[in-house]
Design a protein around this ligand. Structure first.
Ligand SMILES: [Zn+2]
Length: 461
């Protein structure tokens, strides 16, 4: 008994000091998190920079605009006082829409001359600009229906009319369900002799704006033109076909693929004061589709990443590890920027601790998704109380981001997850413009990433 009491008296002060150390450390981290949030939300510097970037216009890989934006980003990182800024050369595929894209009903009792709201899918071949392609349309709702109807496909335009599935509580599973039709639909239809492909836009919004995105051909099959159609006109076309199954549509497209072009990843960093060779990457993809400004996808993710470093500078936080912001080029139609950075990371003598990607729009932060390494997941989860200060409600295990997935030697990879409900209203369309980015939502995202980077820098993974 005596011994026990002695032990208790000895241990109590030790425990107290351990607890109070932990307590005061947590209090300190919470105060830093609060400062990051307050600075981001009140100064809104990143949001203003996104406005500057969006004024340049869309940033399709290899385009003159994308190169202008790359130069802007490099100069901006230099003017923000990052310790080093450089361009990493990347050869990118180059596809151009050109000025002609039309789909008109040309042979029908009731609907002749009706123009449909369409846009070429990224990578599509064009058509003869005088004659276009003219054909009957066959409406298809699934892969199985396509193969059942294979004898009726020859010389027709296949119209994949598959609505956005609103039965999920988040929007990404609905996108995941339909995106295969966009990517492979033309080749699958060409297998059975189709002349063209129309895809109902993959969007949660009920407007008539086409939502584009990348598509791929299978080399052994004929390459047929492929377009997205606005959902209002998709419904119109479906009803028109119910009345007149033999109506004909003429599609003219000027899009084409040019030789690969020189481009760059834009990279800027704050050098670590204690571990300069240990790197925390934070990034997004700098290319965008060409119909809007690429404000949400993914100008926002890039500028949020840049703002993480800038917030450290504004609050005079000196990172122990090197914090590197990477604007990856060409995620949309090739991922060449991600691949190039991944190769660089595997050959360099640096150690990549982690990489965080923001590529799900500039909406209210909800969580972080941690890919690989369960120990890191447990550690990040233990910071819930601190991350909550920036609106983070959960840490889950799951996917991170396309670009950072090529950094194979990082301990773990992390995706920043904002609320997803409105993302596919904008995604890959003319709706994706700066005015649709809410400054508070955007800035809270920057702050959430900055808090996580700060904790990783101090606590390791
Ligand atoms: Zn994106």
């Amino acid at each position: 008994m005596k011994k026990f009491f002695v032990l208790v008296f000895v241990l109590v002060p030790v425990w107290q000091s351990v607890f109070s150390q932990k307590d005061s450390k947590e209090k300190f981290y919470i105060s830093v998190a609060d400062s990051l949030v307050k600075t981001a939300l009140t100064q809104q510097t990143g949001h203003a920079l996104l406005g500057e970037l969006c004024k340049i216009g869309p940033r399709l890989s290899g385009s003159a605009n994308s190169l202008k934006a790359i130069e802007w980003a490099k100069e901006k990182m230099i003017s923000l006082g990052f310790d080093s800024v450089w361009l990493q050369p990347v050869m990118v595929p180059r596809w151009e829409r050109g000025g002609v894209e039309s789909a008109v009903i040309v042979s029908s009792k009731k609907f002749t001359h009706k123009k449909l709201s369409i846009a070429s899918l990224g990578g599509s071949v064009g058509t003869d600009l005088k004659k276009g392609i003219t054909a009957e349309v066959i409406e298809i709702h699934s892969w199985s229906e396509l193969s059942q109807m294979k004898n009726k496909i020859k010389d027709k335009i296949v119209f994949f009319n598959i609505p956005f599935d609103n039965s999920f509580s988040t929007s990404f599973p609905a996108y995941g369900k339909n995106v295969g039709y966009r990517v492979q639909g033309a080749s699958e239809a060409a297998k059975y002799g189709a002349k063209g492909m129309i895809l109902r836009s993959i969007t949660s919004r009920n407007d008539n704006v086409p939502h584009v995105g990348v598509m791929h051909y299978i080399d052994s099959l004929p390459k047929i033109p492929a377009v997205a159609i606005g959902v209002i006109d998709a419904d119109f076309l479906s009803k028109a076909l119910a009345k007149e199954p033999n109506l004909k549509l003429r599609i003219k497209l000027s899009c084409k693929t040019l030789p690969d072009a020189q481009s760059y990843n834009v990279i800027g960093e704050l050098k670590g004061t204690e571990f300069p060779n240990e790197v925390i990457v934070v990034g997004g993809h700098f290319d965008s589709w060409d119909k809007g400004d690429g404000a949400h996808d993914d100008g926002a993710g890039c500028i949020q990443s840049m703002e993480v470093l800038d917030l450290f500078k504004r609050l005079n936080i000196k990172p122990k590890h090197t914090i590197r912001c990477v604007f990856f080029i060409n995620e949309e139609n090739g991922s060449r920027g991600g691949i190039t950075y991944g190769e660089f990371a595997s050959h360099s003598n640096e150690k990549h601790i982690t990489a965080i990607e923001s590529d799900r729009g500039a909406f209210t932060p909800v969580g972080f998704s941690v890919d690989k390494d369960s120990a890191s997941f447990v550690k990040i989860s233990s910071w819930g109380k601190i991350l909550e200060r920036a609106g983070i409600h959960w840490i889950k295990q799951g996917g991170s981001g396309v670009d950072i997935s090529y950094i194979k030697n990082a301990k773990c990879l992390i995706g920043f997850v904002p609320d997803s409900q409105r993302y596919f209203d904008y995604h890959h369309s003319a709706n994706d413009v700066f005015s649709e980015v809410n400054p508070r939502e955007f800035e809270l995202g920057s702050a959430a990433m900055a808090v996580l980077v700060f904790l990783i820098d101090r606590e390791g993974l």
